[in-house]
Design a protein around this ligand. Sequence first.
Ligand code: UD1
Length: 469
Amino acid sequence: MEILKIKGGTPLQGQIKAAGAKNAMTKLLVASLLSDKTCTFYNVPNILDVEITVNLCREIGSEITWDKSAKILKITTRELKTSYVPQRYSGSNRIPILMIGALLGRTDEDIIVPTIGGDLIGSRPVDLHIHALQKLGAHIEYRIMKKEGAYLAQAHQGLKGAVISLSYPSVGATENTILAAVRAKGTTLIKNAAIEPEIIDLILFLQKLGANIMVDVDRTICIQQAHQFQEVEHTVLADRNEVASYAMAAVSTKGKVFIEGAEHLNMIAFLNKLREIGGGFNVKQNGIEFFYAGSLKGGLHLETDVHPGFMTDWQQPFVVLLTQCQGASVIHETVYENRFGYTHMLKEMGADIELFTQCLGGKQCRFASSNHHHSLVVKGPTPLKAHDFSIPDLRAGFAYVMAALLAPETSTISNVDFLDRGYEDLVAKLTSLGADISRQPLVKKTLPDKSKAALHQMLKKSDTEVLQM
Ligand code: UD1
């Protein structure tokens, strides 16, 4: 186990290169399972979630070579060794459930995938995935296995195109349905589909693979059965989450960072909000430069939403940025019901944040009558004190990194695996921008003997293990 140590107070300055998108690359690997052809990917991010997905694919028969320094990955799945995804992948990330969509048309065997993981930012059900796949003719049931649950899926009679209306434009459910529809007989229409840039990237890949897919202006995606597949070369789009993260770190620390490869088209909602608070940016020919352009102002109303709205994953670091703005701002989180858990540590650092269960702002969202804290008011500017953090989820993790970069003393951050899932070379990139950051082994603190004895007495426990804090 390792921790990050960050001594803040230095403006970030310099240039980095955007990594390939986590939320695209992991799905592209799964999509490659639809055919037996070789797919070559460029700009592949070297992150834990890709590593996990690579292992998952190898498990079921894919041959993969991954040149991490060149960022090139080749995958061929000539035949499926198994359609059983082992339970040890349970909870690892959100990918196993998407395997169902990709494998249903590829095999007559039963497909078994463990229950899914990912960040703990709400209940994260998969009902929309299951209903859509059932509509295409799949039989899916949930079974309790040895330790945890798993989904059993099969389409022994084959899949058949259908009209599927999603009650909410879920990213994962849209992707799962597209994957299954590529090999389903006839035509499939997905109404109220998600149209995130990573989904468009998936569609571009599938078109190269042999599928005909149309995206209409009204969130309808039309997929025709693919009859033939071909080899594909595909460059993964830039990670808009990584770009926004470093942009916010640059502006909040009063620095200036150029991010090579940042794609303007996918950052529109973010750039609008950044400009509203007085953050600076210049869109250049091969990337975007972000900079502090003078005092930052609050008074912002921000609602997270599905694309093309302001992405929910940008919300946590944006709240840290708003702690440095003059005045009060309102955030309404409409995508996840439980994405403000990280704020209590920011408050301990000195941030002025208040949570609300009501929908603050323009519209009533799905969580209006629930009792979840899904709106907040943040007032600034507030200096932030150093803190010892434990990361609860990926984007909260970057929010803590940002908060630590703002605090002039040394902070420590544990549970760094969460950051490894989605941020390539985090320490190297931040170091190159002038941050004082290092990764160190976690040293367990042992209490002095006197304190141990006192604690023993207090707890009336003899197990010294509990004292290894
Ligand atoms: C993906 C992204 C995540 C991002 C999210 C929204 C990946 C690996 N993760 O997650 O970074 O924050 O999109 O942009 O790409 N829902 C249901 N039933 C379902 C599926 C979803 O109610 O069957 C709800 C969820 O609980 C959540 C909302 O829909 O409230 C959005 O979820 P979804 O769009 O599916 O997100 P993910 O695909 O899990």
